[in-house]
Design a protein around this ligand. Structure first.
Ligand SMILES: Nc1nc2c(ncn2[C@@H]2O[C@H](COP(=O)(O)OP(=O)(O)OP(=O)(O)O)[C@@H](O)[C@H]2O)c(=O)[nH]1
Length: 182
């Protein structure tokens, strides 16, 4: 199961939804620094019930609204981060979260979860910038997660003791002489 944590009114349900999750998508808004901080402060604790080797994807959404800062400190008007779609010219705001901030949080999460960084996918692979509005990187996000999660689940199933009972191999218990019908 893959879980995405979002709005405040669903906080109470978060840990329930995370139970047994193979992957958790933590989503913030690239234009609101506070939304990234909240992932750590408020949402991370809800993932306690996820699988112990659960994957984490950090997703910065609303990249279509982000206005990049030019190297001289000025603003590059009309240029969305991550090439989020040239036709989208809605009013842009200076982005407040950089990809490096998300990658730092990813590494922090691995530490917090006591997961071995060497055994988990790299931060560069698990941090995305998306636009739900233009669809930018949305397919990439889910395809990446499926590519990682499906073999993981298959491996876990193969390692688990089989839940199937072979009825044919079950022997009928011998009747004893002490039985009343013998
Ligand atoms: N421009 C833009 N708007 C978006 C994007 N994703 C969601 N929105 C808009 O943001 C608003 C909130 O979206 P929701 O889907 O309710 O998401 P949420 O997790 O509750 O997000 P917030 O209320 O923004 O914290 C809606 O008006 C959406 O249309 C995006 O990628 N780009």
């Amino acid at each position: 199961m893959t879980v995405s944590l979002g709005r405040e009114q669903f906080h109470g349900l978060g840990s329930m939804y995370c139970r047994g999750a193979a992957a958790v998508i933590l989503t913030y808004d690239v234009n609101h620094r506070q939304s990234l901080l909240e992932l750590e402060d408020r949402f991370l604790g809800l993932t306690e019930t996820a699988n112990k080797d659960c994957l984490f994807a950090i997703v910065g959404n609303k990249v279509d609204l982000a206005m990049e800062r030019a190297p001289d400190g000025g603003k590059k008007e009309g240029e969305a981060s991550g090439k989020a779609g040239g036709s989208c010219v809605s009013s842009r705001v200076p982005r407040q979260v950089q990809p490096e901030d998300a990658m730092a949080l990813y590494k922090k999460i691995l530490k917090y979860k006591m997961l071995d960084e060497g055994e988990m996918p790299a931060a560069e692979r698990m941090c995305f910038e998306t636009s739900a509005k233009t669809g930018h990187n949305v397919d990439l996000l889910f395809e990446t997660l499926f590519d990682l999660v499906v073999p993981m689940i298959a491996r876990q199933r193969a390692e688990e003791p089989s839940q199937i009972v072979d009825i044919a191999s079950c022997k009928t218990p011998k009747r004893t002489r002490s039985g009343c019908c013998t």
